[in-house]
Design a protein around this ligand. Sequence first.
Ligand code: KIV
Ligand code: ZN
Length: 524
Amino acid sequence: MADKDKVFIFDTTMRDGEQSPGASMSLEEKIQISRVFDELGIDIIEAGFPIASPGDFEAVSAISKVLKKSIPCGLARHSKKDIDRCYEALKHAPRFRIHTFISTSPLHMKHKLNKTPDQVYDSIKEHVTYARNLTDDVEWSCEDGTRTDMDYMCKTVELAIKSGAKTINIPDTVGYTVPSEFTKIIETLLNKVPNIDKAILSTHCHNDLGLAVANSLAGIQAGARQIECTINGIGERAGNAALEEVVMAIRTRNDLMPYETGINTTLLSKASKLVSNVTGFPVQFNKAIVGKNAFAHESGIHQDGMLKNRNTYEIMTPESVGVKQTSLVMGKHSGRHAFKDKLISLGYADLTDDVIENAFGKFKVLADKKKHIYDEDIIALVDDSLVLDNKANNLVLKSLKVFAGTGEPQKADMTLDVNGQIKSATETGDGPVDAIFKCIKSLYPHDVNLQLYQVHAVTEGTDAQATVSVRIEENGKTTVGQAADTDTLVASANAYIAALNKMILKREKTAPMMEQQEEKMRGI
Ligand code: KIV
Ligand code: ZN
């Protein structure tokens, strides 16, 4: 298939997605996500905004070193300092993209930038040329594009291409446009910008009106050939176009949208679960493609139709997005070898021996407690091992006893390893979870806000494992901790401890770089 029919998938889960309030990701988590995205076949991965914080810089730099196929990209404002920082973070990759942007709508130019249209115009020439001297893969975005005067947009796009941009991205920054209008914007650019054939047009649609996917597809049908999107549609405010939805729409309605993406759709479910676990943002049950109910058939009429012919009520198969029927997998007699094979079949091919060994130990303990062990249980164990078995952890739960029930106040007895020192405490609380969290606080005094405490059953049944997510906040920084166990209270303690360990790591990493952060606050 010729290039013109390929739609490039540009993922911004780790940049725009991370801008969702509360969706911060650690370096290790970003690397884990990048590996899955690379395998998924994403063409370009926007790994972060390197000037925004030392953590972002480090993440973009690390990701640019691990990607095998996907092209890493970093975001930069129209500032030479931003662009240099972006280049510094990306330069280790054989190929990389610098994505630079400036607002072009009258509202943003006047009130946000305090610049005239002529000043913005001059800035495009200066900064796109500057970026082009560092890489031949430059993307330029006109922020708030859908509220920009069309003639002015044509002029700026022509100039950006003349200055060296190979991709022109049209953001619907505030999720304001509708498909018919967005179609016209893309068509006008294609018809009126004389050098438009030298660049690929891209869509970047936000979901404030629930139209991000529809607008992105309208853009593609009008002639754009790149979609910017995020897994699970996470992003600023109501989010971005959901990657899994645009990709499956193109695949399922290929009769109307005869384009190809390079996405291995059977990994969509895995990518969605990973992003949800890392961010602590649950996927709504009825979410298209990756929701728990996306392939569930409840009513008798539907079930009857499905038994006769799956096409009656399924427009795509669960297998095509990597959803497998919950399968009974292993029991307490399964050995290490079978466990390792199972991990590979679940997509965990590159785990370290330590993580496998730890997960296997947990599997044996679980197999003693729980009658049926499912794929989902094993996935939860491995994800848990990846988070909890970090050697750098400052806090490790050694033991926990909880007294709950009616009458008495709930009480927790806990022993914790705090930086190598074994400490114990007993606390009461408004409920067992409160008592547990108070124990942690008395053993490791800290002052964070608990933003989210969430419990999910991994599989069905009263002996199911629970996955607990905890999000905490300290001085504007947030971290998410997650843990799984058949005992919800043990999972709660471990999830809170995991969030604290990440916060401690974040404090250590950001303290020496405060100067740069202050610079950021001043707006550079
Ligand atoms: O929504 C937006 O305008 C953006 C740009 C930085 C591309 O995220
Ligand atoms: Zn955006």
